[in-house]
Design a protein around this ligand. Structure first.
Ligand SMILES: Cc1cc2nc3c(=O)[nH]c(=O)nc-3n(C[C@H](O)[C@H](O)[C@H](O)COP(=O)(O)OP(=O)(O)OC[C@H]3O[C@@H](n4cnc5c(N)ncnc54)[C@H](O)[C@@H]3O)c2cc1C
Length: 390
């Protein structure tokens, strides 16, 4: 049977795509390696922009996420500074007429809300299917996988790959830039309540972020892999002292840390987002450094925009157009500016603020001071935080 669309991976991005198409008459099937009702991944905090919240509201998912106690923490202000240099900027949501600049959201709570919304909408998700390969001819895409040890196969006019990796598609190249750094992430408690204030601090070892989550902060500490391993192994009080020394007095004092983990930092992206009868979206298309909080929001926009392209095409053309070269070219064009500016912004942020080049401290300090004192500059920056960079 030839479906209109096969979605590989019903994680946050694949599920968003399926939901955005739910009241169309397209024949869509979504596949996921997870067993039904199970979220295999341990929890992580996603940084959601205001624009992403609007998408989830439109899809009827946001109320499901907020219904879980502690799953959503609004970011009401962001304090941006650099260690060992002048300059500081503080952005407030209230100055821009919104309740929050963004939100810190539990991955598991979001996925549960998306899974329930898929169920309510009667969207077919085939769980327990591990896709091993996507191939294509000029007419259709072929998705091969296995379920309970048996081979399974689907054909569609278009395959949308949102499996978080993209390597099941052999005919789209990938690039990887290793920053030679690691991110140490942890949950951290301060004596003072966070009050929705987030911190982004640039240091000579790379950026650090503190994101308000429930009754504590989520910490992202960029450093060398060796230092990250040493910090994870420190006794609790020694770790808190090291953090206070590194971060400075602008936040804290710290009283407790849990769930310390490290992972290598790399930028990985597909050289193009469309190949024959196939598109890549979300982390399968680009996996960005978490420091700028751009990656997840970019993935949600990939899904939403692909849905808009499919809906527009389904009205004016016959279905073979889905996944045909003109369709793929139109979708690639539609995503190009947003995608490349997200990649460049994150990479540039690391280049400008991540390196220990003392000559850069002055321009950096100036940039932060200008950001704070010049309302138009601040507005442009805040708009990018709220809605993305396109
Ligand atoms: C270690 C790490 C830490 C991160 N921390 C942060 C953070 O602090 N803040 C932030 O905003 N973002 C963070 N991110 C990024 C964030 O997790 C992603 O932006 C987001 O998960 C992308 O969603 P996605 O749907 O594209 O992919 P995923 O969330 O990876 O979902 C992919 C889905 O596809 C399914 N799947 C995978 N392989 C197959 C297969 N072969 N066949 C079928 N189904 C398959 C999976 O079961 C899953 O449901 C982090 C990422 C990583 C890797």
């Amino acid at each position: 049977m030839l479906h209109d669309l096969v979605i590989v991976g019903a994680g946050p991005v694949g599920a968003t795509l399926a939901l955005a198409l739910f009241d169309s008459d397209l024949d869509v099937v979504a596949l996921d390696a997870r067993p039904a009702g199970i979220i295999a991944r341990s929890d992580r905090s996603l940084a959601l922009s205001h624009g992403t919240r609007l998408v989830f509201e439109r899809l009827g998912v946001w109320s499901g996420v907020t219904a879980t106690a502690g799953a959503v923490t609004p970011i009401t202000a962001i304090d941006i500074s650099q260690r060992g240099g002048f300059g500081r900027a503080r952005l407030h949501a209230r100055d821009h007429g919104v309740d929050a600049l963004g939100y810190v959201v539990s991955y598991r709570a979001l996925q549960r809300a998306l899974d329930s919304a898929l169920g309510r909408a009667g969207i077919s998700v085939e769980h327990g299917v591990g896709v091993t390969r996507v191939s294509a001819t000029a007419e259709s895409a072929h998705v091969v996988g296995e379920r309970n040890g048996a081979a399974v196969e689907w054909s569609a006019r278009l395959a949308a790959v949102a499996d978080g990796r993209g390597d099941v598609v052999g005919y789209i190249g990938r690039r990887r830039h290793d920053y030679g750094q690691a991110a140490l992430v942890a949950r951290i408690w301060s004596i003072e309540p966070h009050g929705g204030l987030a911190f982004e601090r640039f240091t000579d070892e790379g950026p650090m972020a503190l994101l308000p989550e429930e009754d504590h902060y989520g910490l992202v500490w960029t450093t060398t892999p060796e230092n990250a391993s040493a910090l994870v192994a420190l006794p609790e009080q020694a770790f808190l002292a090291a953090l206070a020394k590194r971060f400075g007095p602008c936040a804290g004092p710290w009283i407790r840390v849990t769930d310390r983990r490290t992972f290598p930092l790399a930028l990985e992206f597909a050289t193009r987002i469309a190949g024959e009868r196939t598109v890549l979206l979300g982390n399968a298309a680009q996996a960005l450094h978490p420091v700028a909080g751009q990656g997840f929001n970019l993935g949600v926009r990939d899904a939403y925009e692909l849905a808009q392209e499919l809906l527009a095409s389904s009205i004016v053309t016959d279905r073979d157009h889905f996944g045909a070269p003109q369709f793929l070219a139109a979708y690639s064009r539609r995503r190009a500016a947003d995608r490349w500016s997200g990649i460049a912004f994150t990479h540039g942020l690391l280049g400008i603020f991540g390196a220990d080049v003392s000559l850069l401290r002055w321009p950096r300090g100036l940039a932060l001071t200008l950001l704070d004192v010049l309302p138009p500059v601040k507005r442009v920056f805040t708009r990018a935080m709220l809605y993305g960079l396109h």
